[in-house]
Design a protein around this ligand. Structure first.
Ligand code: PMP
Ligand code: GLU
Length: 393
């Protein structure tokens, strides 16, 4: 009889992190593996951000705990960032920072979810949402989208999924893993529907600055006063500033929700690492040139790799507008190679072609596979060459 809790038995390890761990293991054994699995920018954190953290360590400010929800200066930096990029300002008591957007999301679900509460999640979805909801006793309700509708949920689908237990809808635009972006009109329709039925909107905006080829990110929280009141915004510095290792995420929401999250932070991590808070302040308020440089690099990679990937036999791919992932449908490729399970197919690509991707299974997309293009151009081109050779053999 296992001693493990039912809660932990119900969840899986994060497939993105597991895929990356497996690729690293094979590399350590001397195998030639191209790693396009975990989603993180390949750039070193910009120097002015590093310097702010170093300064805080050396002048002693980073030696101590902070308020659980973050330094007042960090909240002011987030507020200023909201004025610049969302077009509205927020009060300190509407902001809580934590150890990565991932942990802030977890604290948020703990703060809001009662057993059996339902959360509507359009699929494909980022791997951690469903398991975090389950860990907190909630019920993820999936609304399926596919390539035909550009991976966007239609209002009728959301309405069909709504019950009297629906507490929240989760939106992630630009999306991990599909890279699609909801338009202003689509968000207005979803926002008004959520207001009408008193359903909270959880808007994960972490890829909001990473949009390409003229695409535009609209924050749903900026659309009207009523929608903003209904919305909880999750954001962070990991993707925009190439700071995944610093573990800085934050939530902007109604002060009652923020106070509840702060309470959870105070009883778990105490506070986000102090030096990382100083780095985040500089990231959010300092020069933004490196953000644009990195964005342009991703755009170039997307525009180069997308047409190459589309030529791989059996791979059908919609061109993404944001984030840094390609999410081809590999149903035909699997048929050609005699696979029925996308996870087994992903393993074959790793073992036989030396290309580490992530199975779509963890994203609620059993016909797709995810490739991160947040890596250098040579690696990307070689990876696609290997995939093509694998399929043509
Ligand atoms: N949301 C989405 C959609 C993501 O892809 C990630 C990736 N890490 C996160 C949240 C969490 O980011 P972090 O914990 O690094 O802030
Ligand atoms: N969000 C990134 C990804 O999807 C990083 C890993 C993770 O947190 O899942 O690959």
């Amino acid at each position: 009889m296992t001693k493990l809790s039912r809660r932990v038995l119900e969840i899986e390890e994060s497939v993105t992190l597991a895929a990356s761990a497996r690729a690293k293991e094979l590399k350590a054994q001397g195998r030639d593996i191209l790693e396009l699995s975990v989603g993180q920018p390949d750039f070193v954190t910009p120097k002015h951000i590093q310097d702010a953290a170093i300064k805080s360590i050396q002048d002693g400010s980073a030696s101590f705990y902070t308020v659980a929800s973050g330094l007042p200066e960090l909240k002011d930096a987030i507020s200023q960032y909201f004025e610049n990029f969302y077009g509205y300002s927020v009060e300190r008591n509407q902001i809580a920072a934590g150890t990565g957007a991932k942990f802030v999301l977890y604290a948020l679900f703990t703060a809001l979810i009662n057993p059996e509460d339902e959360v509507i999640i359009p699929t494909p979805f980022w791997v951690s949402y469903a398991d975090q909801i389950k860990m907190n006793g909630g019920v993820p309700v999936f609304v399926k989208t596919s390539e035909e509708n550009h991976f966007k949920a239609a209002l009728e689908q959301l309405e069909a999924a709504r019950t009297d237990k629906t507490k929240m809808i989760l939106l992630n635009s630009p999306s991990n893993p599909t890279g699609m972006i909801y338009s202003k009109e689509e968000l207005e329709a979803i926002g008004n529907w959520a207001v009408e039925h008193d359903i909270l909107i959880l808007s994960d905006d972490i890829y909001g600055r990473l949009v390409y080829n003229g695409a535009k990110f609209t924050p749903i929280s900026s659309l009207s006063e009523a929608i903003r009141k209904q919305t909880i915004v999750i954001n962070g510095v990991s993707k925009t500033y190439s700071m995944t290792g610093w573990r800085v995420g934050y939530v902007v929401a109604d002060s009652e929700i923020v106070a509840a999250i702060s309470k959870i932070v105070s009883q778990t991590t105490s506070n986000l690492t102090t030096a990382a808070q100083y780095a985040a302040i500089e990231a959010l308020t300092g020069a933004q040139d490196s953000v644009e440089e990195m964005r342009q690099a991703f755009e170039k990679r997307l525009n180069t790799v997308y047409p190459l990937l589309a030529e791989v036999p059996g791979f059908e791919v919609v061109k993404p507008e944001g984030a840094f992932y390609l999410f081809p449908n590999v149903k035909k490729a699997m048929e050609m190679k005699g696979y029925t399970d996308v996870t087994a197919f992903t393993t074959a690509l790793l073992e036989e072609a030396g290309v580490a991707l992530v199975t779509g299974a963890g994203f609620g997309a059993p016909e797709n596979i995810r490739m991160s293009y947040a890596t250098d151009m040579d690696t990307l081109k070689e990876a696609v060459r290997r995939l093509k050779a694998f399929m043509e053999n």
